[in-house]
Design a protein around this ligand. Structure first.
Ligand code: 1CP
Length: 329
């Protein structure tokens, strides 16, 4: 392939009419727990756009759910959880093998999707990174600051370390099961990683990622790490142990390429541009392609967005992006 491979974060989400039709009939969790419905949702963008890879339809919050929290999405406020994590004693109930069994519907969804997708497309699995999962579990709901969770790192550091170490063990089994089921690579979403300063990221968030990366790389699995708002963390991310780093839209691609010469780089078109016009999307896509081409002719580059597609995105803008990438040489 001359051009960089292409997929888009949240390519199967709320901006597509087929997804909305599924959701009109099924709750979000019914969808996530049905491999057939997950495949239907994941295939819609594959049928509409010239994408190179599908991503299994799921959510990072299946792990807190399997750990016994009820996770609900009320209106537009984002997820809310029952029983937030408050005491170290709660960790005694975290049984890794039992949990992996409870999460087996996700590898099943990967297997089902692979059967429908065929072998000529890439297939990605994913999970939340330990800190991002813990942030939701400490806070108990979506929040732009996660102040309670960040304070917990300092009031109860041993509790936080222990919880993330167990989460790393869960992720090793969970992501390996997705690879065994047919995923070519898996992405860790550290969507709230950028809330931490470099010192706290190095102390708390990075070691469990390195543990996961080491275990999976040892089995020849490929990992991508996405850290939202992680410009200040790039020197640390170089040590994460994952082969690929997925860049947020705020980092100039060339700058990241200079800082991470040995990693596959994925990104990093601003998803807000897809709310502009197809012309704007085409122009900005060409600019990013030029930056990728300057990196040894797209070597170790994956074209993607700097974060997930917004629900109000016009699918025509997604088509424009895909067409422009297909034209790249
Ligand atoms: O229909 C609905 O109302 C539910 C909306 C929705 C969807 C479509 C949620 C709730 N999750 C998803 C699917 C999802 N989540 C996918 C698959 C989509 C695709 O195929 O492209 C993926 C990869 C995720 C991952 C995810 N969930 C992340 C990491 C990526 C990111 O956006 O940073 C995070 C942080 C979540 C939590 C979550 N789940 C849902 C929402 C609305 C959120 C974000 C809440 C918040 O702001 O804290």
């Amino acid at each position: 392939m001359e051009r960089p491979p292409l997929w888009l974060m949240r390519q199967a989400g709320r901006y597509l009419p087929g997804y909305q039709n599924i959701r009109a009939k099924h709750s979000f969790w019914e969808l996530c727990h049905s491999p057939a419905l997950c495949t239907q949702a994941a295939m819609e963008p594959m049928e509409r756009f010239a994408l190179d890879a599908a991503i299994v339809f799921s959510d990072i919050l299946v792990i807190p759910q399997a750990l016994g929290m009820q996770v609900s999405f009320e209106g537009h406020q984002g997820p809310k959880m029952t029983k937030p994590l408050k005491e170290v004693a709660q960790l005694h109930a975290w049984n890794v093998p039992k949990l992996l069994e409870a999460l087996s519907f996700v590898p099943e969804a990967v297997r089902h999707l692979r059967g429908v997708l065929g072998e000529e497309y890439g297939l990605l699995g994913f999970a939340g990174a330990p800190w991002t999962l813990l942030a939701y579990m400490f806070e108990g709901h979506a929040d732009k600051n996660f102040a309670v969770a960040r304070a917990m790192l300092h009031t109860q550091p041993e509790f936080a370390h222990k919880a993330m170490d167990i989460l790393a063990d869960i992720l090793i089994g969970y992501l390996e099961a997705q690879c065994e089921a047919g995923a070519d690579a898996v992405q860790l979403f550290d969507s709230w990683g950028g809330l931490l300063n470099a010192e706290d990221y190095a102390r708390f968030a990075l070691p469990p990622i390195q543990k996961v990366a080491k275990a999976l790389t040892g089995k020849n699995r490929r990992l991508l790490l996405f850290v939202r708002d992680g410009q200040h963390l790039l020197p640390l991310l170089a040590q994460c142990g994952c082969q690929g780093i997925s860049l947020d839209w705020r980092i100039p691609f060339q700058q990241a390429a200079a800082q991470l010469p040995n990693h596959c780089l994925q990104g990093n078109l601003d998803p807000a541009l897809l709310l502009a016009s197809p012309e704007v999307v085409r122009e900005e896509t060409r600019k990013l392609l030029a930056a990728m081409r300057a990196r040894n002719h797209y070597s170790h580059c994956i074209f993607n967005l700097g974060h997930g597609i917004f629900p109000q995105t016009n699918p025509e803008c997604v088509s424009a992006l895909c067409e422009e990438v297909a034209l790249a040489a």
